[in-house]
Design a protein around this ligand. Structure first.
Ligand SMILES: Nc1nc2c(ncn2[C@@H]2O[C@H](COP(=O)(O)OP(=O)(O)OP(=O)(O)O)[C@@H](O)[C@H]2O)c(=O)[nH]1
Ligand SMILES: [Mg+2]
Length: 331
């Protein structure tokens, strides 16, 4: 095991940050780091927090982290922002600004942004959660804006998914459109200090019960005043004690893993195909043929597909290493 991985296991923050960066940038050692750490994962309870922009997710995460910390849990927060294409930029700064744990040395906070590559982000985020798990955190809270497929993928790794809504999101619960209704285990209507929260609860109950899935719970809270936070925490604790070690948990983990592996394979294939094809003279020849109407696009696609060798498509490690080196060199 590498020295870096060993330090992660001890909870060394610098090592944790370095490891997550290595995964994010796919530096030469990322696969090895994950391999070293993987057998130490599976202990943390992972809460995924998602919902439309600005509903108060970060404020709520802040509240929850404080409560769980005060109960003696070791807590880590991962803020994932698929909407931000900048790396380490100001936009993310804004998103995590609400979290004031930077002063609380007990809570590790990390943010990750999209670099215009959502598939890559959700893959990296899942692995970052594993690093935080291996580092000995009892609780990992992952926050992400719920507006698309990438964030749905990210929260699916969670043991508990909390969807955060707020009053005045519109007459209908907007979340239905975003597919949030399917992924939530619990629905929180935040900002209940503002008018209209009961209406959202009512709408939620109508939708969920009409689908016969009223196992979900809707709770009114205010991250601002603290109202309802205790109820939310006790719900989470109750859920957790029923969940950990249950058959449902096993099924959920297997499903989540199979989704992840299928996506990973697709991800590696498409990335490698792109990499290989772009670097080939043959591509230009095929393109010319299509341009000259000698070949149709679908037949051209098949032709290129056949030209790719299995070796070229399996290059995950080595190619990742090469790219890691290239990225480092261009920095
Ligand atoms: N009135 C009221 N305002 C709140 C409450 N919770 C959060 N806010 C405010 O809502 C705004 C957004 O809060 P955030 O916690 O950043 O929301 P978010 O969902 O994390 O936002 P994004 O990550 O940008 O999607 C801030 O101005 C908060 O002060 C609440 O319970 N009541
Ligand atoms: Mg936020």
């Amino acid at each position: 095991m590498s020295d870096l991985a060993r330090r992660v296991l001890k909870g060394d923050r610098i090592a944790i940050s370095k490891t997550i960066s290595a995964i994010e940038n796919r530096e030469y050692n990322w696969v090895e780091l994950l391999r070293d750490l993987f057998s130490y994962t599976g202990h943390a309870f992972v809460i995924g927090i998602t919902g439309p922009p600005g509903t108060g997710k970060s404020s709520l995460v802040d509240r929850l982290a404080k409560v769980f910390r005060s109960k003696g849990s070791k807590v880590a927060i991962l803020a994932v922002d698929p909407t931000s294409p900048v790396s380490g930029g100001a936009i993310l700064g804004d998103r995590v600004r609400m979290i004031d744990h930077s002063l609380d040395s007990g809570v590790y906070i990390r943010s990750m942004a999209s670099r215009g590559d959502e598939g890559g982000l959700s893959r990296a985020a899942r692995n970052a959660i594993r690093v935080l798990d291996a580092a000995g955190n009892d609780l990992v809270i992952a926050e992400t804006v719920g507006i698309g497929q990438a964030e749905v993928e990210i929260v699916q790794v969670a043991d508990l998914v909390v969807v955060v809504l707020m009053p005045e999101l519109g007459d209908e619960v907007q979340a239905i459109k975003a597919g949030l209704m399917e992924i939530g285990d619990i629905f929180v209507v935040n900002k209940s200090d503002l008018p209209g929260a009961d209406k959202v609860i009512y709408n939620l109950q109508t939708i969920l019960s009409s689908r016969g899935v009223w196992k979900q719970v809707a709770i009114k809270v205010s991250a601002k005043t603290g109202e309802g936070i205790e109820d939310l925490v006790s719900f989470i604790e109750k859920y957790r004690s029923g969940y950990v070690g249950s058959e449902a948990a096993k099924r959920r983990k297997l499903k989540s893993l199979s989704e992840e592996l299928i996506r990973n394979v697709g991800f590696v294939l498409s990335e490698n195909a792109e990499y290989v094809l772009r670097s080939r003279q043959e591509l230009n020849e095929v393109v010319s043929k299509v341009a000259n109407r000698q070949l149709d696009p679908e037949s051209a696609t098949k032709l290129l597909l056949k030209s790719l060798s299995p070796q070229e498509l399996e290059l995950d490690n080595d190619q990742g290493k090469e790219r890691g080196k290239k990225r480092k060199a261009t920095r």
